[in-house]
Design a protein. Sequence first.
Length: 190
Amino acid sequence: MLNLIIFGAPGSGKGTQSELLIKKYGFEHVSTGDLLRSAIKAQSELGKAAKQYIDNGQLVPDALIIGLIESVLEERRPQHGLILDGFPRTIPQAEALEELLAKYNTRVHAVLDLQVGQEELVDRLLKRGQASGRSDDNLETIEKRLAVYHAQTAPLAAYYADKGVHHAIQGSGALEDITARLSQVIDALN
């Protein structure tokens, strides 16, 4: 069982590449973004609380996200490994994830860091916002989200590099080329 984190700035292709890797390898997909959007749509208490943070381009607090991930792991009990998409986003979340996975006698095996230039990220997110109508894909919120990413989430690259599991992957180019680069890392772990 391999547990992977697909990592990168908003708009780097985490969701798209996760879907392609799930089809290829059969991983269980755990996307905090999807889980939060479902909670918001359902207007659950978590969803209402999270919506305020998301609409302002801020990270949802660690305690809310960690509780959400723990409940998902408990419900799904994945056998073939996970792709975590959008989690962890902070070092305290990474530490909590380690503790959580240790309960299941496993760990993070690789962090796949999709690296895309800032201008391309903004362009991708604006296009996605026009196509999907997502309220968090407007220029002002995008700029806030990228600033939050660089301040709070980017330090995770060094955290996981120190653990020997960080892999920088060029996230620009054709989808199949990006998937092939990710697959090389995954295949080397098997």
